[in-house]
Design a protein. Structure first.
Length: 255
């Protein structure tokens, strides 16, 4: 899970993040045929994690996104309300598992998914240290069976880590793993500064992380049957990383 990257405005990217992005660029560029993509993604992330990633270092935010924490805290009173407690919840690309713990504490049957075995081990260690019981599986999100089994999925900077060529597949897979009428919560990041080209218009730029926009994410999801529930800019005080963030909620297709 990438938690720092493209910076809106004059802020400078930390050098450790810059190095991480260069490494991911190199391994992503090595991907050729679609059959090789899973292996390439695993190699890049595993290389980064196996070198050692301390909490708060590089792409690790050292916490659950505050805006998502706030949403979970008011789950029952949110409009519309989140899926009921006890629902299965997934965090793909969960990193150290911060959001997995938050979901379990909010009453969900939470689980994480990581393509890097070292990341999954780090997440499991963190989760157990917090007294939580959630499991983190090692695997490729695109390899999950489309059994519509999850009531809630939280995507926090997972989409922006994927090559733009996989965005449509990401949306289709989300529709396939979410239960009918389930909910996808997306923390949209990084977002370019106002006045800069919108990636929804084809201005992809470099990455990962690849620039996103609410319009781009909406187009991807509505195209496979999702319904927008809410799109809210994250206030400065609740941002988990450099640059603008938007928290968006989407209802999964019902059929």
């Amino acid at each position: 899970m990438i938690t720092h990257g493209v910076v809106s405005g004059p802020r400078r990217r930390p050098s450790s993040v810059h190095a991480a992005i260069l490494l991911l660029l190199a391994v992503t560029a090595a991907a050729g045929r679609s059959s090789a993509r899973s292996s390439v993604r695993m190699t890049g992330w595993e290389s980064m994690w196996s070198r050692g990633v301390a909490p708060g270092q590089a792409f690790d935010a050292s916490r659950t996104e505050p805006a998502f924490e706030q949403l979970l805290a008011r789950a029952a009173s949110a409009t519309p309300s989140l899926p009921p407690a006890g629902s299965r919840a997934l965090v793909p690309g969960c990193g150290r598992g911060y959001a997995v713990v938050s979901l379990e504490k909010a009453g969900f049957a939470a689980e994480g998914l990581e393509i890097s075995p070292t990341a999954a081990a780090a997440a499991t260690a963190y989760i157990r240290a917090q007294g939580a019981k959630a499991e983190v599986r090692v695997g490729d999100f695109f390899g999950l069976q489309r059994e519509r089994q999850f009531g809630l999925v939280f995507d926090s900077t997972f989409l922006c880590a994927l090559p733009p060529s996989q965005r449509e597949a990401w949306a289709a897979q989300m529709a396939g793993v979410l239960a009918p009428g389930g909910e996808l919560v997306t923390n949209i990041f990084p977002i370019r500064a106002e006045g800069e080209p919108d990636p929804a218009d084809g201005h992809v730029g470099s990455g990962p992380p690849f620039a996103l926009s609410p319009r781009l994410v909406e187009r991807l999801l509505v195209g496979v049957g999702f319904v927008r529930l809410a799109i809210e800019p994250v206030p400065d005080a609740l941002r988990a990383r450099f640059g603008r963030e938007v928290l968006a909620r989407w209802r999964a297709p019902t059929a």
